[in-house]
Design a protein around this ligand. Structure first.
Ligand SMILES: [Zn+2]
Ligand SMILES: [Zn+2]
Length: 982
């Protein structure tokens, strides 16, 4: 049973706060507070925020919640600072995530199945599934308290959006930043499509493969084998050459098999002999440089292609070539070359005009020509070494295998369907990132990252190593390449607007998806051929990276506004987007405008389960976000996440206890402070349109808490201007603790008394709570709203005002002297309390004296210490040493009696509480005892006890029959019956 169930059922945790939050949500909705915050005059104009659109193909998880929090907190903060922050929702609609869902439902096994059913039908199914979970998203995001406009949200599948994507494409095309190339790329054989560098980087996993050391027999020296090592035996059918390092030392060996028989002759790199031949007895026959091997011919391992007369460049095949990329770190120092399945291989084959054998299709299936293996999938997802085993068996059978071994390495997998990827030479369309890089690196210097290390680290490094971006995909449901090509002369035409294509083709166009635009053809302008669209679709990241332009249909609409508001002030996403959304936004913006797309960015880490494992529905190792919101409330979850390292790109192990603690430390303690204030605040503090109290008290506690408040405002403001959310929120929690455990605790009696000091305490408290509500508003918007409405004299039923429409508070004067002195006072108290603890004397027992050594406590602070420590006097001894305290722990009869009086007060107030009495109820107290100590104590301390327990009389006699409450309490080490009557 998961741990969280235990917590959730714990009734002590259940609070009134989630219900209060629902009330606030209702208030915001009824009074359109979010719309007001955007529509009103903004003296500082627009603050532009870009939202990365999520997929609605599943319900939102904690990663989305974390991202949503950043996207809520920062806009709220800048709104209060006088900016207009528009926030429009967007949905990512295209690409493999949605295609895979539809494929699963249809049960299709391959791309051919989709082509058989028809692209139109498939795409329309995708369209119908795109917003499957949109309502769930809206519910969770709203409950979280995030303000965002769902109603006017965009979808990447809208015609307007897709037209802007075409505009982006055309911009890059016109700048000669898009080209078609034949490259060695990673493909997913199941999805049958190429992938980009970042998609490939996403899916690396450690797997066990089989490596083979293969024997290539030299044509001129029968019985002599060149040894080459490979971790992809399936590529051996495509072998057309071997590569050696011309300067590397090689050896010819004569080896004696353990089991006897003729000696074998092998050629390999000298430094690798020890490792490869460790099981054999070998002697070196000859030593030579790799250059001597160059040009030698060897026998092909297979005859499927080598016997084919039509194979181009056949005369150059199955020979040894020199190459720079050969090393002796692994293997034999000889590299097997299959130009169709490796980048170096393809480059070498271009250089030396090698034959090209692509014995598998894009689907990863071995072609019929390779008769012994035809139809096998080379890296099947269920058993990725299955075909390699077959190849190795074949080699062994034909005496072509020297050795085989298990080999563990990091191998790329499809990020959507988890199929192992293949390195595969194919043609693709590219964005020339190499040409954009100079501008991209230079504009990246101006971006402010939170945390800062991402700038030069993860992002900077990725950018430096960036290569041309493969943007074409051989799929269906996506934006499409707006390129039309003449089948006859190869003329190309690229469209950046629907109107242009309409003018050229005469067709009326209302949708730019593949199954629609593939039907549009027109005549070539150069010949009598027909122009047809290049059938590829676009990488979905091209959609997302075009978001700044496409979300508002730029440049077809709102052109001036965009021009004035580009780039964005702020974006935020998870650390995985460093190589994805952040990167593509940056590349496209630099490609078109030579500008960065954003100025400030916060990067969040990953939320894991409490045990550090990945959150998994199957393992049920984390609490449902909606249940957490319902149970603890949004502010608790927000405070928990906002103060955690997940806001600084670190991982967080989600702990429900942490949420519970955040609820207690922030919301509950604050609310208890407010409740106390409310209890003693006269009506004047609660009615409408009372101006904020100006604090003019000279009470040291008031000066201290107001200085603390100003310090808080200063700290939070600074942290927010640096986009450091944990640094902004942590001081709030600390302030609430100070407010409750020091200011209020030491001011309790001031609130209870009448007169000027009470007025000052109330005024100060109100001032503090009102401003604290403002400071908390971006982070814990619910409790901030409830608190502000109450202390500023509004209420949800009649108010149209909101703390979120208020201005961000300004830090006023901070009295540093009071802050530092108070810190010393609290330190002294802490040390003295430790002494009390050591002596085992409870705090209710008064003591005579505390000596403070080497520090002079000012007179106005002495009362704070004596009250808090329950001592009669403080003696300060001057000196230069460290601060120390000495507590006089002797209990005189007088002190003992006073302690007993305190015990009685506590006991009576306990009864009052149990009887449900309030400060408005006065009682008569009956104490049934014959203990002389108690009787004397009651006589001596009567007036004080009556005042402290709101009693009219205290009578020592048998308790009457009719009482409000009667309990036995421990007093002076015996059971004493106490009763209250009214
Ligand atoms: Zn795939
Ligand atoms: Zn033509």
């Amino acid at each position: 049973m998961p741990i969280f169930r235990y917590h959730m059922d714990n009734k002590n945790v259940k609070s009134q706060f989630p219900a209060m939050e629902e009330e606030v949500l209702n208030f915001w909705e009824t009074n359109k507070i979010f719309a007001k915050s955007v529509d009103r005059e903004a003296p500082k104009k627009d603050y532009v925020f870009y939202d990365g659109p999520p997929f609605a193909t599943g319900t939102p998880h904690y990663g989305h919640i974390v991202a949503s929090l950043m996207k809520d907190v920062v806009p709220r903060y800048f709104t209060m600072n006088g900016y207009r922050v528009e926030r429009t929702w967007g949905w990512d609609c295209h690409g493999l995530p949605i295609e895979n869902i539809v494929e699963k439902e249809l049960g299709t096994k391959s791309k051919k199945d989709i082509e058989a059913m028809g692209v139109a039908k498939f795409n329309e199914l995708c369209r119908s599934k795109v917003l499957g979970y949109a309502k769930d998203w809206e519910k969770t995001i709203k409950r979280l308290g995030r303000w965002v406009d769902f109603e006017h949200g965009y979808k990447t599948m809208d015609l307007d959006y897709m037209e802007s994507v075409w505009w982006v494409f055309k911009q890059l095309w016109d700048k000669k930043l898009i080209y078609e190339g034949y490259r060695s790329m990673h493909i997913c054989p199941r999805c049958e499509t190429t992938l980009s560098q970042s998609e490939v980087a996403e899916g690396y996993k450690d797997i066990k493969d089989l490596s083979a050391t293969v024997k290539f027999e030299l044509v001129d020296e029968p019985g002599t084998f060149v040894l080459a090592w490979t971790t992809t035996p399936w590529t051996l059918i495509g072998n057309v050459a071997l590569a050696v390092g011309e300067k590397i030392d090689y050896v010819l060996l004569s080896c004696h098999p353990r089991e006897g028989g003729d000696p074998e002759r092998y050629i390999m790199a000298k430094t690798r002999v020890g490792e490869i031949m460790k099981d054999k007895e070998c002697e070196i026959v000859k030593e030579f440089k790799g250059s001597e091997l160059v040009g030698k011919a060897y026998k092909p391992l297979f005859d499927y292609y080598s016997e084919d007369e039509s194979l181009k460049n056949k005369e150059n095949g199955w020979k040894i070539y020199g190459a720079d990329f050969v090393t002796t770190e692994e293997g034999t120092g000889v590299v097997h070359i299959a130009p169709a399945f490796g980048e170096d291989d393809l480059e070498l084959s271009k250089k030396y005009n090698l034959p090209f054998i692509q014995h598998i299709g894009m689907d990863g299936i071995i072609k019929p020509e390779a008769t012994d293996f035809a139809g096998l999938s080379v890296k099947p997802i269920d058993d990725h070494t299955k075909t390699d085993v077959e190849i190795i068996k074949y080699l062994a059978h034909h005496n072509l295998l020297f050795d085989k071994a298990k080999y563990e390495h990091s191998y790329p997998h499809c990020w959507r369907c988890e199929t192992p990827l293949l390195n595969y030479a194919t043609s693709s369309w590219f964005v020339k990132v190499e040409d954009i890089k100079k501008s991209a690196l230079s504009t990246a210097k101006k971006i402010n990252w939170s945390p800062e290390h991402i700038k030069e680290g993860r992002f900077g490094q990725w950018l430096t190593g960036a290569r041309d971006w493969s943007i074409s995909r051989q799929r269906f449901w996506a934006s499409v390449l707006p390129i039309w090509k003449c089948a006859k002369c190869g003329e190309l035409e690229v469209f950046g607007a629907v109107a242009d294509l309409e003018a050229k083709s005469g067709a009326k166009i209302s949708d730019l998806h593949k199954h629609i635009v593939d039907e549009i053809t027109f005549q070539c302008s150069k010949c009598d051929g027909q122009m047809k669209r290049v059938p590829d679709v676009l990488d979905t990241w091209f959609d997302s990276g075009s978001m700044p332009y496409a979300q508002k249909h730029y440049p077809f609409a709102d052109k001036d506004k965009f021009d004035a508001n580009f780039p964005a002030e702020f974006i935020a996403e998870g650390v995985d987007q460093t190589r994805a959304w952040f990167y593509y936004l940056h590349i496209i913006a630099n490609g078109i405008f030579k500008k960065a797309a954003f100025k400030n960015v916060i990067v969040n880490g990953i939320v894991q389960a409490e045990d550090g494992k990945k959150m998994s529905k199957k393992l049920n190792n984390y609490p449902d976000p909606n249940e957490v919101l319902d149970h603890y409330g949004s502010d608790a979850l927000r405070a928990y996440l906002l103060t955690s390292p997940v806001m600084q790109a670190e991982n967080l192990n989600f702990s429900e206890k942490g949420v519970e603690e955040a609820l207690r430390k922030n919301v509950m303690i604050l609310w208890n402070v407010y409740k106390f204030y409310e209890l003693y605040a006269p009506e004047v503090h609660k009615v409408h349109k009372v101006e904020s109290y100006k604090v003019s008290s000279s009470n040291i506690l008031d000066t201290w808490i107001v200085s603390k408040l100003n310090l808080l405002i200063k700290d939070v403001t600074e942290a927010m201007n640096n986009y450091n959310l944990p640094k902004a929120v942590r001081p709030i929690t600390a302030f609430i603790d100070d407010l409750s455990t020091w200011y209020l605790r030491r001011s309790r009696d001031r609130f209870k008394n009448e007169g000027n000091d009470k007025t000052n305490a109330l005024a100060t408290m109100r001032f503090v709570l009102e401003n604290l509500a403002k400071v908390m508003a971006p982070f814990m918007p619910f409790v901030a709203e409830s608190l502000w409405q109450k202390v500023s004299g509004h209420n949800f039923a009649s108010s149209e005002k909101s703390v979120h429409l208020e201005s961000w508070p300004k830090a006023e004067k901070i009295n540093e002297a009071v802050l530092s002195e108070m810190e010393m006072i609290r330190k002294i108290v802490e040390m003295a309390l430790a002494k009390r603890d050591e002596a085992g004397i409870k705090i209710r027992q008064p003591l005579q004296q505390l000596a403070v050594n080497n520090y002079q406590v000012s007179d106005e602070y002495k009362g704070l210490i004596t009250d808090e420590l329950n001592v009669k006097e403080i003696i300060c001894n001057k000196g230069d040493g460290d601060l120390t305290v000495k507590l006089d722990t002797a209990i005189t009869p007088e002190l003992a009696q006073e302690g007993l009086a305190r015990d009685l007060v506590r006991a009576i107030n306990g009864l009052r509480k149990n009887a449900g009495l309030t400060i408005a109820d006065t009682v008569t107290v009956y104490i049934s005892t014959t203990d002389n100590d108690i009787i004397k104590m009651v006589n001596d301390w009567k007036a004080d006890i009556m005042k402290d327990t709101i009693s009219a009389e205290i009578i020592v006699e048998e308790t009457p029959v009719k009482v409000l409450i009667r309990e036995d309490v421990k007093l002076n080490k015996q059971d004493v019956a106490i009763a209250l009557t009214n």
